[in-house]
Write a protein that binds this ligand. Structure first.
Ligand code: G3H
Ligand code: 13P
Ligand code: ZN
Length: 313
């Protein structure tokens, strides 16, 4: 099976009450850890590359690493290659022209009409080339606990805008803001971590059958934070999204859940622990093996306990 789009994956996920993991890839060990876990659990998977990943690894390396994963997994699982947070039409076009099967146009920081215009421009071009498009509506940001309710609500996706946005852009999935945020510091220590499943429910009511995407969905596993800190790191107050809330979202219309920070934590914990325990080691294959294995174990756990995508390939 060559790289696939997310159309079939999302349809099955929506109907089956589970979500597909969209994991950010930056190097070979991360690609391998993710896809080995997905293959063992017969789970479809989305590998996504940000602009930063393309800059770090070079676009050609990333594309061929993902193609290598398709070959190494013996075509046993559906794999999609997705552009994460495409900032404008040009980067989306470049990915569409170069083998990506899905792109995100992130116009969420632009005024509403501009977001519609650029999202539609990308959707039109992508669809002519058999590629699917994710767009975003709402502001993904950490919620400060001294922000008043009106200001807090203003950052979330407005359920009253979603039908107009989807109809006028023609995009295939919609990323929404319901209290998730990027990075490892999503909530202030001492506050109750939560996402607004009530806003998700409102959106689903307005857009029945339409695939929803959640960005910023790392749960920041505390065992990795602890290991990193034990072996020389300094991560204080790192808090993620509770996994039971992500599971609830996955049972509903959320078909794609984005995870990057947790991969970074897993990789770093493995490498830090290895280098501290074996100070004489200097072969990257030794410490990167431990990082890669941590990535694989993490992705296995996500597939089984958060996404529910096991045996859905
Ligand atoms: O949404 C952001 C992802 O975690 C990608 O991060 O831009 O540092 O590659 P990055
Ligand atoms: P996290 O930082 O929560 O892993 O979110 C990743 C993401 O949304 C990538 O687009
Ligand atoms: Zn994101």
């Amino acid at each position: 099976m060559p790289l696939v789009t997310t159309t079939e994956m999302f349809k099955k996920a929506y109907d089956g009450g589970y979500a597909i993991g969209a994991f950010n890839v930056n190097n070979m060990e991360i690609v391998q850890g993710i896809t080995e876990a997905a293959r063992e659990l017969h789970s479809p998977v989305i590998l996504q590359a940000s602009a930063g990943a393309r800059k770090y690894a070079q676009a050609a390396y990333l594309k061929h690493l993902v193609e290598a994963a398709v070959e190494a997994t013996n075509d046993e699982i559906p794999i999609a290659l997705h552009l994460d947070h495409g900032a404008d039409f040009d980067i989306c076009k470049d990915c569409i022209d170069n083998g990506f099967t899905s792109v995100m146009i992130d116009g969420s920081s632009r005024p509403y009409e501009e977001n519609i215009e650029v999202s539609k421009q990308v959707a039109d071009y992508a669809h002519e080339h058999g590629v699917v498009v994710e767009a975003e509506l709402g502001t993904l940001a950490g919620i400060e606990d001294d922000v008043n309710v009106a200001a807090e609500t203003a950052q979330y996706t407005d359920p009253d805008q979603v039908v107009d946005f989807v109809n006028r852009t023609g995009v295939d999935s919609l990323a929404i803001a319901i209290g998730t945020s990027h990075g490892a510091y999503k909530f202030k220590p001492g506050t109750q971590p939560h996402i607004r499943l009530d806003i998700l429910a409102d959106i689903v009511e307005k857009l029945p059958g339409f695939p929803i995407v959640l960005h910023g969905s790392s749960s920041v596993p505390q065992e990795h934070v602890k290991t990193i800190n034990e072996y020389g790191g300094a991560l204080q107050g790192a808090i993620g999204i509770p996994e039971d809330q992500l599971r609830e979202a996955a049972k509903s219309a959320v078909c794609k859940i984005n995870i990057d920070s947790d991969l970074r934590l897993a990789m770093t914990a493995g490498v830090r622990e290895h280098l501290t325990k074996y100070p004489s080691h200097f072969d990257p294959r030794q410490y990167l093996s431990d990082g890669r294995n941590n990535v694989k174990v993490l992705v296995r756990d996500k597939i089984i306990n958060v996404l529910g995508s096991e045996n859905k390939a």
